[in-house]
Design a protein around this ligand. Structure first.
Ligand code: ZN
Length: 423
């Protein structure tokens, strides 16, 4: 049985907190945790002195672009980018072309994702062919392997929302919504202040805020709902209130919403164009508070690769979205932990335990013996700038050139090192 001994690490478990010690991995599981474990005969040893060892990071919001836009990303290139970023599991969004909306398509692409270096999970379209009308046949999609339902890229339709919430809950799978009132977004491309500076059409904050309120009320009435990529103070406040009332709603944000404000947009550079848009500084601070006080449950990258030729069209013409798999961990460590907004243990919850719980991955999100041997190993001292060239096929990042610490030193999936060293 292949074994791997992680020595001299700072172990960070979402429940047990921080401790110094070793982890022995065997048969794809964490076999033992303790101090000064002796390596069994023939066991590979990884010296993690000075490194932080987390349960593997799980990114629940990834666009791998296959099928339909393979020039921007493929399942294989997204998995390599994930491993390079220290992400050991990822949940793919179904807004491909065609959308992942039928059992046959799910099976086809899940088969194609077999053998990739990280765990790949698929979400399926919540409405039939992601058209925003009738609900999909959720039970058939679950049977084919769907781990979640969402129309991400589009907002779940109000008319079908109650039925979708009840249907997903009956199957025990999460329903994820992209909260956006598209009638308010209209032709907008950036937050109002940035749009004014650049002479572009604005996206009013109400486009997110009203959809979040609608979703929270639907969750209160019908059952669990997860809110994707929250970016506004109003959204964080509404989620905080809903949780106080015991309503079954969870929320995620993305690194760009706690790392950047709309002031970062200094010129017409579509690498800063995403949905929801970068917000004013007060919203960024509210997102940070929501991460610190437990209101926001999960950080996901919303990795959205696009070809350079499309992003070169500028804010008015380029598609929305930025890549994020390779910078997710380093941004979280630098902007949240090293700047002392949250503890390492809280980060383990935001990037591992809570995503595992949402997706029902009972053997992930923990360093306890018996759990899956998926680990994210971080070097908190290694400082380097975000490179211009990524492992991803695309390079549309707003962070290029930014110095960050906390780059992944290795990613371990099912007890095997799938990526070691900083690329
Ligand atoms: Zn979205």
């Amino acid at each position: 049985m292949p074994r791997l001994l992680i020595k001299n690490a700072l172990l960070i478990d979402p429940v047990l907190g921080e401790s110094r010690g070793d982890l022995l991995l065997a048969g794809g599981k964490i076999l033992r945790a303790g101090r000064k474990l002796a390596p069994p005969h023939g066991c590979e040893v990884f010296d993690a002195s000075g490194l932080w060892v987390f349960p593997g990071f799980i990114d629940i919001h990834v666009h791998a672009r296959e099928p339909g836009a393979e020039a921007a990303e493929t399942l294989a290139s997204a998995a390599l980018a994930a491993a390079a970023g220290g992400i050991t599991s990822m949940l793919l969004m179904p807004n491909t072309s065609p959308p992942i909306a039928s059992p046959a398509l799910l099976r086809k692409y899940a088969a194609r994702a077999k053998g990739l270096p990280v765990n790949v999970y698929f979400s399926a379209a919540a409405t039939a062919w992601r058209a925003g009308g009738e609900p999909s046949c959720l039970a058939a999609l679950k049977k084919a392997g769907a781990r979640a339902f969402t129309d991400d890229g589009s907002c779940l339709p109000g008319g079908a929302l109650a039925g979708l919430i009840k249907g997903a809950a009956a199957l025990g799978l999460p329903l994820l919504d992209h909260p956006e009132d598209f009638s308010r977004t209209a032709a907008g491309v950036a937050a109002p202040a940035a749009a004014r500076r650049l002479g572009l059409a604005p996206i009013p904050p109400e486009a997110e805020a009203f959809a979040v309120l609608r979703d929270i009320l639907a969750a209160a009435s019908h059952g669990p709902l997860h809110l994707q990529h929250l970016s506004l103070a109003a959204s964080v406040a509404a989620l905080r209130r809903a949780k106080k009332l015991g309503w079954p709603v969870t929320g995620e944000t993305c690194p760009h919403y706690f790392s950047l404000s709309e002031r970062a947009i200094r010129k017409d550079d579509a690498n800063f164009k995403m949905k929801p848009p970068l917000r004013p500084e007060a919203d960024r601070r509210a997102v940070l508070r929501g991460l610190a006080d437990g209101t926001i449950d999960i950080i996901a990258s919303d990795h959205a690769p696009h070809e350079r030729r499309l992003k070169e069209k500028g804010f008015a013409g380029a598609p929305f979205g930025v890549i994020g798999l390779e910078t997710l961990a380093a941004l979280c460590v630098t902007k949240l932990v090293l700047e002392e907004h949250i503890s390492k243990t809280r980060l383990a919850r935001l990037l591992s335990a809570n995503p595992a719980a949402l997706l029902g991955l009972k053997n992930k999100g923990s360093l306890r013996p018996g759990r899956d041997a998926d680990l994210t190993i971080i070097d908190p001292r290694r400082r380097r700038r975000v490179p211009e060239k990524f492992v991803s096929k695309s390079s549309n990042s707003p962070f290029t050139g930014l110095p960050l610490s906390g780059w992944p030193a290795a990613a371990v999936v099912a007890g095997k090192i799938v990526r070691s060293g900083i690329c």
